[in-house]
Design a protein around this ligand. Structure first.
Ligand code: B16
Ligand code: MG
Length: 213
């Protein structure tokens, strides 16, 4: 029986992929190459430094470690500027109603994101009070598909992994949930998220019944 739900942030609760895209594109353009929305798909659910590696591979650029850290910092500065303007209106359809129902029925709720900016976003969109635990990029050493982020969430909720269900929009996240021995519901397209136990395209109309496996 499912006693806890773990939510990814980017692409599940809010669509921050568009802000990551704008910031990465700005960096690519500054370095003299193009970066498309299709390229951006490869960065979803991937850590900041790994994302930079992929971006530089696309632009065929090589830099030493110190420069790479500076580039990642630069991109993050722009990203932080974009997300500072976020508010409740950016919460994706149906998310708040679903979180409300889960709380009413006693299901525990945790965040499971590898973003180091997750706390800022949760505060800006006023969703922090819904969460019993928040595991983000500041608390884990290994990014998805490593299961660390979800296992830590279960631990903090004081639940066994098999009592938890993960909601994820990225292939790396689905793999991480599987490796954590949790149920996983994909949020997005079934063609991309086929390895999930179930796939929904939005939280609109979703009720607690979705947790019956
Ligand atoms: P930051 P999630 C991930 O968040 C994003 O999907 C990914 O695109 C991003 O690079 C990563 O967080 C790191 O984010 O640069 O803010 O630390 O999907 O795990 O919520
Ligand atoms: Mg995501």
């Amino acid at each position: 029986m499912i006693k806890g739900c773990i939510f990814d942030l980017d692409g599940v609760i809010v669509d921050t992929a568009k802000y990551h895209y704008l910031a990465w594109k700005r960096l690519a353009n500054e370095l003299g190459f193009e970066f498309t929305e299709k390229d951006n798909e490869r960065l979803k659910g991937v850590s900041r430094m790994k994302s930079l590696e992929i971006l530089l591979e696309i632009g065929n650029k090589k830099f030493d470690e110190e420069t790479k850290l500076k580039l990642a910092e630069k991109k993050n500065g722009w990203y932080v500027e974009y997300i500072s303007k976020m508010d409740e209106s950016e919460i994706l359809d149906g998310v708040k109603a679903f979180l409300t129902e889960l709380r009413e029925k006693g299901i525990k709720i945790s965040l499971g994101s590898v973003s180091k900016n997750a706390m800022t976003i949760l505060k800006n969109i006023n969703l922090l009070p819904y969460f019993d635990a928040v595991i983000d990029g500041t608390k884990v050493a290994n990014a998805k598909p490593d299961p660390e982020v979800f296992l830590k969430a279960a631990e903090e909720l004081k639940l066994k992994p098999e009592e938890c269900c993960v909601f994820e929009d990225a292939v790396a996240g689905i793999e991480a949930a599987r490796r954590a021995n949790m149920k996983v519901i994909g949020v997005g397209s079934p063609e991309i998220l086929g390895d999930a136990d179930k796939v929904i395209d939005t939280f609109k109309g979703v009720t607690i019944d979705i947790l019956n496996f």
